[in-house]
Design a binder for this molecule. Structure first.
Ligand code: 6R9
Length: 635
């Protein structure tokens, strides 16, 4: 694989050109560097109109043989995962490729022993501990499909995800440490399990010594189960297009979308982009601070880095505990060379005294990465100057759960960076900037703004929405003919560099988490005193965006602070604490179009205190409501 790493700007250009002139030959060469049980017959078959995308058809493989087995001979003793606990006084764990291989194989046997077979769905609701990595790879080893639910989500969010894909088994931990807090995950699972008939077995890892409530016949302890099996587990033969995992992401309707990723293309896409964007060398230590519950953790803590044979850090805690120097302390302690985080974390840390940075030696750092939302100019410079000391290229990587792998990004040290720009598409990625008439803006030498689409398939594109191919077609393939629509707006400069300007749909990114406003509205509507509501995002210094809820109450209900906190709690309980609105304004009506649609554009402007030009309000049914809302807006 290493021989396919781009090493100069000229090589980047050459690779890019080849990838557009002959995408099949380009990806064939890359795919050939992996371990396949049988080579594929056909590189690509696609039709975005159906939509259908198939890569490496007929190829047989197991992704864990690529992440584990193939490294054993040459670097079995190399550290695969360094685990850093929440509490700095607890010991770090170093797991070599050989140890990880044994642990994964053994736990794969636990899954088998509990009746899990190829194609079965397994839900993981776990803290950031090595057992999460082990469990996900164990699923992949036997061809079971993992569906990881971020361990900050509520019981009803877990239940709906389990039910959507019909998971048979749930893996969780008794508790999780998060800063100074301890959260009982098992209790949250138990609540979810009241409404999840498909779950037959629950496997519980004991993260703490606290007593755990266990249901006879259903709940089993991780360690007890390990005692029952041996350590050898042959890797299941998977078709390149067999499902590897489902990961739920917010959409603009209430129901989250279960994005389906398949085995071969996802492996090739994540590994190729990992190696090229970050440019790791042999003894480097790579740390991505994302949670494995999100796509960034799937692709760039686990699959990409392990397939590339890298050392990947997993951190259990949060950036502010025990103090705001924790990230930098870890970089210093573990000699981190590559550090990949989100703008929301950078902004939060940039607000603190510089002494938290200066106390630690950051000289091991070589490359910095950013992902999850647009990075503003100030945060970019703070990161570049204070963390990178001006010596580390900042790779601003644009991509999505749906794209599986990085799409637009600098190649560290090789292609130019530019503050707030994700810059150029990686080889294999053919972006298209679309104007308001739905036409592609083809002149690459003139600056332009529009919506971002992709013209040609890449190997790690999600293949469908689980159980709802029609929705997949509507959301991604109906905005523009024969193109994938990203949902993002973008600006392109006269040298072809892209800057992503943000979502153009009803998804708001709060602290790097994608939240569908419809899901939150549904939660608020559940309150007995609420008639109707509308939720929008507004700019926030640290979180990037925060949520503003406009709520209509029944006539006989007094708007009180108590009611406000009840509504916040309701959102927190049904969606998760990250979805709690910062501001709630009680209103007597919402601006609506004649067809009954809430005009969120106006509500967004009011929430952002940007009311000089509200745009065209002539199509409103009730324009008078705007003055009322503006006068009482919460600033
Ligand atoms: C990987 C990930 C996807 C959305 C995406 C866009 C935003 C991600 C970005 C970025 C500007 C970047 N986004 N990376 N915006 N610059 N470098 O975050 O996936 O959680 O599915 O979010 O995040 O709006 O459409 P996901």
């Amino acid at each position: 694989m290493k021989n396919l790493q781009i090493k100069t700007f000229a090589e980047y250009k050459k690779a890019y050109q080849k990838s557009t002139e002959n995408p099949e030959a380009f990806w064939d060469e890359i795919a050939s560097t992996f371990t396949w049980k049988k080579k594929w017959d056909k590189t690509l078959e696609w039709d975005f109109r159906k939509p259908e995308v198939k890569w490496f058809q007929g190829g047989k493989l197991n992704i864990t043989e690529n992440c584990l087995d193939r490294h054993l001979e040459e670097q079995g003793n190399k550290t695969a995962i360094i685990w850093e606990p929440n509490d700095p006084d607890e010991e770090s764990r170093y797991i070599s490729y050989r140890q990880l291989f044994v642990k994964v194989s053994r736990f794969a046997n636990v899954l088998k022993n509990n009746g899990i077979k190829k194609g079965d769905k397994v839900c993981l609701y776990m803290p950031m501990i090595p057992e999460l990595a082990i469990a996900m790879l164990a699923c992949a080893r036997i061809g079971a499909v993992h569906s990881i639910v971020f361990a900050g989500f509520s019981s009803s969010a877990i239940a709906s995800r389990i039910n959507d894909s019909g998971c048979k088994l749930l893996i969780t931990a008794n508790e999780v440490y998060r800063g100074s807090k301890r959260v009982n995950l098992k209790d949250i699972c138990d609540e979810a399990l009241e409404n999840t008939p498909s779950i037959e077995t629950v496997i519980v890892y004991r993260r703490t010594v606290e007593p755990t409530s266990m249901k006879e016949g259903r709940d089993k302890f991780w360690f007890d189960e390990l005692q029952k099996v041996d350590k050898d587990c042959a890797a299941e033969e998977m078709d390149a297009e067999d499902m590897l995992f489902i990961l739920y992401t917010s959409g603009s309707t209430g129901k989250p979308k279960g994005m389906v990723h398949t085995t071969g293309g996802y492996m090739v896409g994540t590994t190729y982009t990992f190696e090229n964007v970050f440019q790791l060398e042999k003894n480097d230590v790579y740390w991505c601070t994302a949670d494995i519950g999100w796509i960034t953790g799937h692709s760039y803590i686990i699959y990409g880095p392990l397939a590339a044979g890298a050392t990947t850090v997993m951190f259990e805690g949060i950036p502010s505990y025990p103090d705001y120097g924790r990230f930098w302390e870890i970089c210093d302690k573990l000699n981190v060379t590559h550090f990949y985080t989100a703008p929301t974390a950078i902004r939060a840390l940039a607000k603190q005294s510089l002494k938290f940075v200066e106390q630690h030696d950051l000289s091991s750092l070589k490359v910095l990465g950013s992902v999850g939302e647009p990075i503003n100019e100030e945060a970019w410079h703070w990161y570049n100057d204070n963390i990178g000391k001006g010596n580390c290229p900042v790779v601003d990587t644009w991509w999505q759960t749906e794209t599986g792998a990085i799409m637009i990004s600098p190649v560290a040290g090789i292609t130019p960076t530019r503050p707030t720009f994700a810059t150029l598409p990686l080889p294999g990625v053919q972006p298209a900037l679309m104007d308001e008439n739905g036409k592609e803006i083809t002149n690459l030498h003139e600056k332009a703004e529009g919506r971002l689409a992709i013209k040609f398939p890449w190997p790690s594109i999600a293949r469908t929405i689980y159980g709802n191919h029609q929705r997949y077609k509507e959301v991604y393939f109906s905005a523009y003919e024969n193109m994938y629509f990203t949902g993002d707006g973008s600006y392109r400069d006269a040298t072809g560099n892209y800057r992503i300007t943000g979502r153009v749909d009803d998804v708001v990114i709060v602290s790097g988490h994608n939240l569908g406003t419809a899901t939150i509205e549904n939660a608020i509507d559940e309150h007995q005193n609420v008639v109707e509501c509308a939720v929008v995002g507004f700019p926030h210094d640290v979180k990037g965006n925060a949520l503003y809820a406009y709520v209509i109450l029944y006539d006989d209900v007094e708007p009180t602070e108590k009611l406000e906190s009840e509504i916040k709690k309701l959102v927190s309980d049904t969606v998760g604490p990250i979805a709690k609105p910062d501001k709630i304004q009680f209103v007597s009506g919402l601006p609506k179009t004649r067809s009954g649609k809430i005009m969120r554009r106006i509500l967004r402007k009011i929430a952002s205190n940007d009311t000089d030009n509200l745009g065209d309000t002539s199509t409103l049914l009730n324009p008078e409501i705007i003055d009322e809302i503006m006068q009482e807006a919460k600033r």
